[in-house]
Design a protein around this ligand. Structure first.
Ligand code: SF4
Length: 139
């Protein structure tokens, strides 16, 4: 069984990822995770062992390891407060629990339940939303 640890708001980011990232290393890591989750929006073309469990956290995760904005073990150069709030809101609105593991199928089925106004509350101040890469319609 292959498990990935993901922070809450990355449930949205993985669904909307189309290959862009803060830098090449980050985009490659995100692409790997999205490919392992077998989401429709992106594949990096590699064959991985499929992920079948996702453990949800409200802190730095496997994707953050390759972020150029990461500071030491857990911190974020852009500030932690907003990003933690995004994590918590995603879990709250989807009825999911921090530090709990879910099957990939459970996660895939539930993410689309987020409402438009909730999505805009979570993503409205994100640079990728403002740049037009992420939209509720594509979730
Ligand atoms: S707008 Fe930002 S936080 Fe929201 S899904 Fe896109 S990249 Fe993730």
């Amino acid at each position: 069984m292959k498990n990935i640890v993901l922070r809450g708001h990355h449930l949205l980011c993985t669904r909307l990822f189309i290959g862009n990232g803060y830098d090449e290393e980050f985009a490659v890591r995100m692409g790997e995770v999205v490919t392992k989750m077998e989401l429709d929006n992106f594949s990096d073309g590699n064959k991985y062992e499929k992920t079948d469990m996702i453990t949800l956290v409200c802190k730095s995760d496997y994707v953050c390891e390759k972020c150029p904005n990461r500071v030491e073990e857990r911190g974020c150069k852009l500030g932690d407060k907003d990003v933690l709030q995004k994590d918590r809101l995603v879990l709250k609105y989807l009825g999911l629990e921090e530090n709990k593991s879910y099957t990939l199928d459970e996660i895939k089925g539930i993410v689309r339940n987020i409402k438009r106004e909730q999505f805009e509350e979570i993503c409205g101040d994100c640079r990728w939303y403002k740049a037009g890469y992420c939209s509720y319609e594509n979730l």
